[in-house]
Structure formats: C-alpha cells, structure tokens
Write a protein that binds this ligand. Structure first.
Ligand code: UD1
Length: 421
C-alpha cells in the first residue's frame, strides 16, 4: 500500500490550480450514461479513483466511457442492464445515483444497498422515499434495493431529513423526475453548487428544471433526453483545502479557478480566524499576516459551512490561539481525524457531535492514518506545518478525491513523496 511522506516546516508559495468537482461529475456521468439517448462529452473532469470506479459501474450497466486529458466521453447504454451489483456499489456509495435514473429509464432497478463508511452510517431513506413519491414500488431484500414503476409520475414532495436536505437524494430524485409523467416539485432540495451543475447539465440534455440553486426544484417531465457537451464546475472542497494548506503553512498562495460564491462560509470563517483573502474573478490569494485565532464553526448544508471542509479547518484551528469549537451537524460522528491530529501534538477533545480544540504552538510529525478522503487531506496539510516528518498511510482515500495532490503541492513548495510499503 502507498504512503505519503510529508517533510514538515515547508511554506507554500505560488499558484495552485483547482480541478473539476468530483461531486458534480459523479451524478452528471450517471445522467449522461443512463438517461441520455446519445453521446455526451464532459470537460474539466478530474482523474480520480472515484470517477474511475463510477465509470466501471456504468460500464457494468452497458455504457462505454473514456477519460482522457480531463475529458470524459460517455456513450450511453443501448441495451441497459438494470442491476448494479454489490461488488461494484460497495466500492463507492455514490453508485446509488444509478437507482433513480434506472427506474426512470427502464421501469425497474436492482441496486445493492450501500454500506456504511468511516464517516457514519449514512442512510438512504430519502432516496427511497422520493422514488416512492414518484410512484415506484421499492423493497429491500437480501441487501438489494428493488424498485419498479411502469412510468414514474410527477408529484409534490418534501425531501428533507433530520439533518437537513440530502445532496444525494436531491440528485437521484431530480434525475428520475426528468423522465416522469407530469411535473415534480421537490421542496427541501439541497442547494450545493454541484446539484445546480447537474441541473444545468440535465437541462442541456433537454430536461425542464426550474428553481436551480434554490430549495424548491420544479421538474417538468419530458419523454427523451439527448447527449450533450458540458464543462464541469471547479471543485470547491479541493480549493478550500488548498486555502487551508496555504494558511496553515503561513504561505502566500493563489488558488486558481474558484469563485467566492462557491465557498461563502469557508471564506468567512477563514477571515474570522485571521487569514487574509483577496478574491478576484479567477481565484483567491491566501496569506496569513497575523496570528491565527480560535473560532467556532458549525457544519451545515450549503450555503453553510460544508462538512467536507470540517477536517481541514480543524487542522488549521489546532494552531490558532485560544479555544475553538466545531459542531458537526451533517455527519455527526465524522471525527476520526481528531485522534490522528492529537498524535501530532494537537489538543482536541470530542464531546458527541462537538470537538473542542485548544490551540497549540506547534505540531510534530508522526505516522498517521487517513480514515476518509478529507481526513487524509488534513493530515497532509498538518504534516506540512509540523516539525519533522509525517507519514500518511491509506493514501487510497486521498486518491479518491484529490487529483495529483502531492504534485500540485510540491509545485508550490511542499516536500511530499509517495512511497510503496
Ligand atoms: C454528499 C457528498 C459528501 C458530503 C455530503 C454532505 C457526494 C458524492 N458526496 O454525500 O461528500 O459530505 O453530501 O454535504 O456528493 N441522510 C438521510 N437520509 C438519506 C440521505 C441522507 O438521513 O436518505 C442524511 C445523512 O446521513 C447526512 C445528511 O442527510 O446526515 C446529508 O447527507 P447527504 O447530503 O445525502 O450526503 P451524500 O449525498 O451521501
């Protein structure tokens, strides 16, 4: 298994580019492969394990995919299979995105029930409830979700769960509703930029979706969707990670290819902690002219502070003066990285869905383990700021969602080497 050796005490300086948004590509590729009647060409697609895993799922259903130079060609399925087996779905929870589109297109689907993961149990009741609202008959047997409906029928539904809107359920039901009979109104829809990007893509395929970017989506069903060409938005979480990496190394970094409206809460919180951000049309310059100070952060659905940036801001706050409190309201037990940061000399105490961080003056390198994608990113960032050497294992988590992470960071002053065990 591969590891990253991060030499600490480096300062990042220079321009770092942002890749395409993983969480946008995944549902867009599903829509292109299952709902479209012709070839789609997607630009700005990152070369990530998650994207390759999804392509394998789509190939398993009968599609043809080819990713080259950030462009993903998808030839949809002529003879569509309706079953997504456990061996493929278990590799990535986002495979659940095939459920709604398969029922919409074929009238039936058999998709392996996704398992839990390192950031909690992650139910899919809202995906199932949404499909039932559209008239599908859904049962769970022997680890599989079976759904069928001759033709889905538009309706009004409230799709909010106990932790707020669901990105995945909104995407799944929105995709299904594009081919339903009549009009569907989803209230309590997720408003993340990647949901809007998916909606714009579906409209370019011939769908009729209104209310994009708001919590009420109105989808008028159409009979067919065609292939199209689309450039995927840039990855807000990757850009946010680079902003934290710049700040934690006391660097001077220009994060290219991101806009302030994609990261409103992250920008606000970084500034509150003492980081200076200078935005222009194409990115942001990140500097840290003064000592960092502790702040309180609560994760929420967009436009609130994203749970996918919680680990990274925790790493930064380890080195801020005073006490910080992070409340994790989306994935309430997503804190495995706290113990790893403590191994590097941080002072983090967990109390249910809260983490209390007392700032320390320095971190020291240690062997640590990435427990999920974003946890992996914070360990690399903390390793760059720490004294000595940090060895991050389980790098495959990082490769799921960061394209060429060490190359990009090394280009602006990091010292990170990938080694095989
Ligand atoms: C997506 C992102 C993930 C991010 C998360 C929250 C992708 C591929 N992944 O995950 O990186 O951390 O959004 O921004 O885009 N919930 C239910 N029932 C459901 C579905 C979700 O109760 O049927 C709960 C979840 O447990 C969680 C909250 O709703 O507490 C939000 O989850 P959701 O937005 O669905 O996350 P994902 O789409 O899985």
């Amino acid at each position: 298994m591969e590891k990253l050796i991060v030499k600490g005490g480096t300062r990042l300086e220079g321009t770092i580019p942002t890749s395409g948004c993983k969480n946008a590509v995944l549902p867009i590729a599903v829509a292109a492969a299952i709902l479209g009647d012709g070839v789609s060409v997607l630009h700005n697609v990152p070369n990530l394990t998650d994207v390759n895993t999804l392509c394998a799922v789509l190939e398993g259903l009968g599609a043809t995919t080819k990713l080259k130079n950030s462009t993903l060609y998808i030839e949809p399925i002529n003879h569509l299979e309706y079953e997504a087996p456990y061996e493929l779905v278990r590799k990535m929870r986002a495979s659940i995105y095939v459920l709604g589109p398969l029922v919409a297109k074929l009238g039936k689907a058999k998709v392996s029930f996704p398992g839990g993961c390192a950031i909690g149990p992650r139910p899919i009741d809202l995906h199932i409830r949404g499909l039932e609202h559209l008239g599908a008959d859904v049962t769970v047997q022997q680890g599989y979700i079976y759904a069928q409906a001759e033709r889905l029928t538009g309706t009004e539904m409230y799709l909010m769960g106990q932790h707020g809107p669901s990105v995945g359920a909104t995407a799944n039901i929105m995709m299904a509703a594009t081919l339903a009979k009549g009009t569907t109104v989803i209230r309590g829809a997720a408003r993340e930029a990647h949901i809007s990007d998916l909606a714009h893509f579906l409209n370019a395929m011939g769908a009729d979706i209104e209310g994009i970017g708001t919590s009420v989506l109105t989808i008028r069903g159409v009979k067919h969707l065609h292939g199209t060409e689309h450039s995927v938005i840039s990855d807000d979480i990757e850009a946010g990670t680079f902003m934290v990496a710049g700040a934690i190394t006391n660097g001077d970094v220009y994060v290219e290819g991101i806009t302030e409206r994609q990261l409103p809460a992250v920008s606000e919180k970084l500034v509150e902690a003492g980081v200076e951000l200078d935005w222009d049309n194409n990115g942001v310059r990140v500097t840290t002219p003064r000592e960092l100070r502790g702040i309180d952060v609560t994760t929420e659905p967009f436009p609130g502070f994203p749970t996918d940036m919680q680990a990274q801001i925790m790493g930064l706050l380890c080195l801020a003066s005073g006490t910080s409190v992070i409340s994790e309201n989306v994935h309430t037990d997503r804190f495995i990285h706290a113990a790893e940061l403590n191994r590097m000399g941080a002072d983090i105490m967990l109390d249910g869905s809260k983490a209390v961080i007392t700032g320390v003056s320095k971190l020291s390198g240690a062997p640590v383990m990435a427990s999920d994608l974003r946890a992996g990113a914070v360990l690399v960032a903390a390793g760059m700021a720490a004294a000595g050497e940090t060895v991050v294992s389980r790098v495959y988590h990082i490769d799921r969602g960061y394209e060429s992470l060490e190359e990009k960071l090394n280009n602006i002053g990091a010292n990170i080497t990938r080694v095989n065990d």
